[in-house]
Design a protein around this ligand. Structure first.
Ligand code: AMP
Ligand code: FE
Ligand code: FE
Ligand code: ZN
Length: 304
């Protein structure tokens, strides 16, 4: 009995020793120009650092190509990097974004989905530009001029082309105008079901967390039943503190997280100059960062 207790307490102190004290703020949702941010990964790291962030995740849409550059930058600044991604998924007509941390970027089936989404996003963007081109002076070359080679293409790149053509004042105006689905030019892109997205991320050792789960409007919160189905499949938590979540939605999310012992994060969704969101405008607690690190098995966090 005594031996057992001793062992248990030894294990406990080992765990405590392994536990890191995090200095500074944690922001686990930022984009670079490997998708629709406006800065290279090292620039995003620099911006986060300047806002007091010391633990961050680079979460470009459907790609991991920014990880190496981000890791080099966080290392040189004494920061911690959680390799991450924001995977596009769908629930019926609703577009759902799944943040994922510490998954194996070489998991074959997950890679297959990422490649398929990215490929289809190109044709879809070209279709949207074709639709807009019926009424306005814009070409696919305009979009390419605003897209980093190899980047995950999205409407933000089309927005930049519209701005340069004088058809919108900035990205936000483009989204409220020509790029809004009700403007009539919108086209959807391929995305796996949210159930498949969560299952694949779990299979790849990752920690899946629903991004901005309760926005207002078209993509508003999924049903409770659907979220419970996702929790059964291994969903780890919700990004509760995000500027696009409604206050009423946050109340529901916090209640669900407490009932199912889920992880709750807060983050900026920084896109460089592409959105008003600033690094660390919402942050994640050290306890929640630690829980993500303990749960992720597909790739290691990068400590300085
Ligand atoms: P897409 O996935 O191609 O349909 O484009 C959606 C992306 O555009 C999201 O990832 C958002 O980050 C970005 N986005 C949405 N609204 C805005 C906005 N008002 N200004 C800038 N970027 C936006
Ligand atoms: Fe984005
Ligand atoms: Fe998103
Ligand atoms: Zn995002």
């Amino acid at each position: 009995m005594r031996w057992r207790r001793q062992q248990a307490s030894q294990r406990y102190s080992q765990k405590m020793r392994g536990q890191r004290r995090f200095e500074g703020l944690s922001d686990l949702h930022l984009h670079s120009l490997r998708s629709d941010g406006t800065e290279p990964p090292a620039g995003v790291v620099q911006a986060a650092y300047q806002h007091g962030v010391r633990t961050m995740a680079l979460t470009d849409h459907d790609t991991t190509t920014g990880w190496a550059e981000a890791a080099e930058a966080t290392g040189s600044l004494g920061m911690t990097l959680l390799p991450g991604m924001e995977l596009s998924a769908a629930q019926g007509w609703r577009s759902v974004h799944v943040l994922a941390y510490l998954f194996d970027p070489d998991h074959a089936e997950l890679r297959g989905e990422m490649d398929r989404i990215r490929e289809d996003r190109i044709g879809r963007a070209a279709r949207i530009v074709g639709n807009i081109g019926r009424d306005h002076d814009i070409t696919w070359d305009d979009v390419l001029a605003h897209t980093d080679p190899g980047a995950t293409v999205g409407r933000p790149h089309i927005a930049d082309a519209l701005v340069s053509r004088g058809l919108a004042h900035d990205r936000s105006a483009a989204f409220d105008g020509i790029l809004h689905p009700r403007a009539g030019y919108y086209e959807p892109h391929y995305a796996p079901s949210v159930q498949r997205a969560v299952s694949l991320l779990v299979a790849a050792g990752g920690v899946p967390i629903i991004a901005h789960p309760s926005p207002s409007g078209r993509d508003r919160m999924m049903s409770i039943a659907m979220m419970e189905e996702l929790i059964e499949l291994g969903l780890a938590g919700f990004e509760v503190d995000h500027r696009e979540n409604t206050e009423a939605g946050k109340v529901v999310l916090r209640r669900m997280a407490a009932a199912h012992d889920l992880i709750m994060t807060g983050s900026s969704d920084y896109h460089g100059l592409g959105k008003p969101n600033q690094p660390a405008e919402n942050t994640t607690t050290d306890v929640m960062v630690q829980r993500i690190i303990e749960r992720g098995t597909g790739t290691a966090p990068v400590f300085a």
